[in-house]
Design a protein around this ligand. Structure first.
Ligand SMILES: Cc1ncc(COP(=O)(O)O)c(C=O)c1O
Length: 375
């Protein structure tokens, strides 16, 4: 195996994990503001930093004034669970699933909340027929299915005159894919993905119709304190101005502020989306040039520009494990094995914090690993 010539150039930053993702270029821990550390998150300074983080998210993502932005516990999962447990019940529910995370929300709706939802599914690599969705239902979907690399193409399929709520888990989509804010009532994400931030906190964005639901509906089940967004039938507005439900990691907040300021400095949302697109194009060129690599997402229109999932001819889980290990040992590529529940394959993160030159440098290393194992 070692007789094969190693490629001359390694990716400068071989961080291709689909979460936590590569830190923004130029990031280092000593560049984070630390004045707030050791202070109360409810101090004037603490609240100001949390509000600054919210303001930056609004600015960079272009979230309209109609939508509230809250920093909540437990990463993206926490934000989705808060939404599901707080909002669902009064209407019929549809859940869409075409990979592991969407399937996780189906499980919640069926087994935990016992809502008997309509479930619309597709296999790994495909998107279900979005035209089937009945918008009198509350609808839960992942904007970008991180474990299959299949995304919704846009927000066109979401009815403008919907009666139900559109609840989008967009953790691997925001900052890379365009969001039609008029079409989402709830959107969630975590800093650990396209921002290259840290996990632990989720971001919950609520449109006016979601707020109306919160203020008019009392869930039939007990609500843990961590999920509670109303008091006396009124929204707790403080949650959306930096008065977090419980104690956040202010270090994670400062890290997110760094990433958002980086995003702004390179040209904001358009530039971040352009970086993800360029990375996905560079990876596609690598795939097209090799008959042993393919895309799991069959239709380019719904192929992710963040979590790009690749098929490897004849590979089983063991082959992929060895393949990824070889590259990791060479410090050429970290964390590129596909998700554990997905069909065996590779997954290369193409979000904005990854440099295109590093994707380009990956090609010869994939060949090297392939030839090493096949040889
Ligand atoms: C679509 C999707 N939903 C939810 C999660 C869970 O995110 P977290 O670990 O930030 O809670 C992930 C993580 O990869 C994801 O990709």
């Amino acid at each position: 195996m070692t007789e094969l010539t190693l490629p001359a150039r390694k990716p400068a930053r071989p961080f291709f994990s689909s979460g936590p993702c590569a830190k923004p270029p130029g990031w280092s821990p000593d560049k984070l503001a630390t004045e707030v550390l050791g202070r109360s998150h409810r101090s004037k300074l603490g609240k100001a930093r949390l509000q600054h983080c919210i303001d930056l998210m609004r600015e960079v993502l272009g979230v309209p004034a109609s939508h509230r932005i809250g920093i909540v516990p437990a990463s993206d999962t926490g934000a989705v669970e808060m939404a599901m447990w707080s909002l669902l019940g009064p209407r019929l529910v549809t859940t869409l699933a075409w990979e592991s995370f969407g399937e996780g929300w189906v499980t919640d709706a069926v087994k935990q909340l016992k809502l008997d939802p309509t479930v619309i599914r597709a296999d790994y690599g495909a998107l279900p027929d979005l035209a089937q969705v009945d918008w009198s239902h509350d609808v839960i979907f992942t904007w970008n299915g991180t474990t299959s690399g299949v995304r919704v193409p846009d927000g066109e399929w979401i009815a403008a005159d919907r009666e139900g709520l559109a609840i989008a888990d967009a953790t691997s989509a925001v900052f890379a894919q365009a969001i039609d804010w008029d079409k989402v009532d709830v959107l969630t994400f975590s800093w650990q993905k396209v921002l290259g931030g840290e996990g632990a906190h989720g971001v919950l964005i609520l449109g006016p119709r979601a707020v109306e639901r919160l203020e008019t509906h009392t869930p039939a089940w007990p609500m843990p304190k961590l999920f509670r967004m109303t008091k006396g039938g009124k929204l707790i507005e403080g949650i959306f101005t930096g008065e977090t439900i419980n104690t956040p990691s202010m270090l994670a907040v400062e890290d997110a502020i760094f990433a958002l300021e980086w995003g702004k400095s390179i040209g904001g949302l358009t530039a971040m989306q352009a970086r993800a697109n360029a990375n996905a194009v560079a990876l596609d060129a690598i795939v097209s040039a090799r008959d042993w690599l393919g895309h799991l997402a069959v239709d380019p229109a719904s192929r992710s520009n963040t979590s790009v999932c690749l098929t490897v001819a004849g590979a089983d889980a063991d082959f992929i494990k060895k393949f990824a290990k070889l590259l990791e040992e060479q410090d050429a590529a970290y964390d590129i094995a596909g998700y554990r529940d997905a069909p065996p394959g590779l997954r290369v993160w193409c979000g904005a914090t990854v440099d295109t030159a590093d994707i380009e440098a990956l090609g010869p290393w994939l060949d090297w690993a392939w030839n090493s194992l096949r040889g």
